[in-house]
Design a binder for this molecule. Structure first.
Ligand code: ARG
Length: 502
């Protein structure tokens, strides 16, 4: 847990509680004795002195009672102050309150600021975006506490977060909130068919990392750890968030591993045509392609920070896992020299959790075969391998009606699934993944949640109507937490600029 982390009241040890109970017990005991003695003295009524004595005892008892009530009040106020000093001391006794945003006079509390905000952020109370952050934080924290009973009551945490936002314009998620938020962002992502395993996402909390070289190093570690010897682990690395005083770092690349595209004579392209502009921009910025450029040259990672601007980092060999493609029957297929990387780590989407933006939060699952076989290698504006494969297969390409495109596409997809399996790298086919998605939908419905899905992204690009996801409609509304592909980030990933900070 980060040092600046407000301790969750539900997890803290309530050190004040035994003292409070002890005081109450003593006060109560004295009051009972006092009353007993008074009643006894009045009952005996032997002398005037005894009457006086009974009166004194009765008064003392009432006094004790009053002291007890006062002591209770003091303790409650004391606990209230501690509740608000969330960053300063370990949690003690929480106020039992159902109120939200019950904030005392400003200036009475100190909330330790997030590690990333140096120097102290200027509070910007009342500004429109602060109001948005407050609303989004409240919505997220309600969700977090609803789905995580072990996190304890919402009230104290909400109070602390609202105070933190008042003072700093932002707030710092607990590690538990971050993990839950990242998982739910995946669960909410309408474009992803692979969400059945949303709960297994491994979250690397790297929020104190904002230096470009350090960040790149962690991305390369991510690739190794997610590859996991072929048994791919869904994983996300969350770097420094956006704050009012310091913008978050940016990763320009669409994924951690992307192949260069080089323009050739006669409008031809060597490599991935999607990245022709990006590649030439990186060459301008000093990247040297291999002496003999190839169709699968891995581009450097571009990390931009407000201090240093965009910087380039070459991927180390240990982080690069690729699968050479061969076909289970067509021996010539391997001669095409096609390959693809094992782990798809999307690196330019912004993770949004409870009003906090994490623009650098690369995440991965494993591939579904059609992503590579039908789109990356099949699309006419990507590697466009269909005509060549059809030719090698000896298909009749004189008429569309021979369905030569469809037949070639199926064989490319068989090659992808076969090769990944042969190399022991996780991959799934679109029929299996479609069925899993419907299981996910059913589970979400049973949990009483809506599951947003975008039909045009969910239905596989091959044999759509053969998969069950084709034959129905989905809820389409956007839910947060989520991942967002911002326009400027998409532009940087394809055009290689302009920089975010100039
Ligand atoms: N479609 C992208 C690609 O072909 C990857 C997107 C994420 N895919 C995934 N299975 N997690 O590289």
């Amino acid at each position: 847990m980060s040092e600046s982390q407000p301790t969750c009241p539900a997890h803290g040890v309530s050190a004040a509680q035994p003292v409070t109970q002890h005081r109450r017990l003593v006060a109560l005991l004295l009051a009972v004795i006092g009353f007993g003695a008074a009643i006894g003295a009045v009952g005996l009524r032997r002398t005037e002195a005894a009457d006086r004595q009974a009166f004194v005892v009765l008064s003392v008892a009432v006094l004790f009672l009053a002291v007890w009530i006062c002591a209770r009040q003091l303790i409650a106020v004391h606990a209230g102050e501690q509740l608000l000093q969330v960053g300063d001391r370990p949690w003690r006794k929480p106020l039992r309150t159902g109120r939200r945003r019950a904030v005392p006079a400003p200036g009475r509390i100190r909330v330790r600021r997030p590690l990333v905000s140096q120097p102290a952020p200027e509070p910007r109370p009342g500004s429109a975006d602060v109001e948005q952050v407050r609303a989004a934080a409240e919505e997220f924290l309600e969700l977090f506490h609803t789905e995580n009973a072990q996190a304890g009551p919402l009230g104290p945490r909400l109070l602390a977060v609202m105070r933190e936002i008042d003072l700093t314009g932002t707030y710092w998620h607990t590690p538990e909130e971050l993990t839950f938020g990242a998982r739910v962002a995946w669960r909410n992502n309408a474009r992803c068919i692979g969400r059945l395993y949303w709960h297994s996402l491994q979250v690397r909390d790297l929020r104190t990392v904002s230096d470009a070289a350090e960040l790149a190093g962690h991305c390369f570690d991510h690739l190794r750890m997610a590859h996991n010897g072929g048994k791919i682990r869904p994983m996300i690395s969350v770097f420094a968030p956006e704050t009012p005083t310091r913008p978050a770092p940016r990763i320009w690349n669409e994924q951690l591993i992307r192949y260069a595209g080089y323009e050739q004579p006669h409008d031809r392209v060597l490599g991935d045509p999607r990245y022709v502009a990006f590649t030439s921009e990186l060459v301008q910025r000093g990247w040297q392609p291999p002496e003999v450029p190839g169709a699968f040259d891995v581009l450097p990672l571009v990390v931009e920070t407000v201090e240093d601007g965009p910087q380039l980092f070459q991927l180390p060999d240990e982080s690069l896992h690729e699968v050479p493609l061969e076909h289970p029957e067509l021996a010539w297929f391997a001669e095409l020299g096609m390959r693809w990387h094992a782990v798809p780590v999307i690196s330019n989407n912004r993770l949004d959790i409870g009003g906090i933006s994490y623009p650098a939060a690369p995440f991965n699952g494993w591939y579904m075969g059609t992503e590579i076989g039908a789109r990356n290698l099949g699309d006419s504006d990507r590697y466009a391998m269909v005509p060549e494969v059809a030719g090698r297969m000896g298909l009749d390409i004189s008429s569309e009606a021979t369905l030569w495109r469809d037949r070639a596409l199926v064989e490319i997809n068989r090659a992808v699934l076969h090769s990944f399996q042969q190399n022991g790298v996780s991959i799934s086919d679109h029929h299996t993944e479609s069925r899993r998605f419907l299981i996910h939908l059913e589970r979400e419905e049973r949990a009483g949640r809506r599951c947003p899905a975008d039909w045009s992204w969910i239905v596989p690009p091959l044999s759509g109507s053969q998969t069950p996801v084709f034959h129905r409609y989905y809820d389409a509304e956007t839910q947060v937490p989520n991942f967002f592909a911002d326009t400027d980030a998409t532009h940087r990933a394809l055009q290689g600029g302009p920089p975010a900070f100039r």
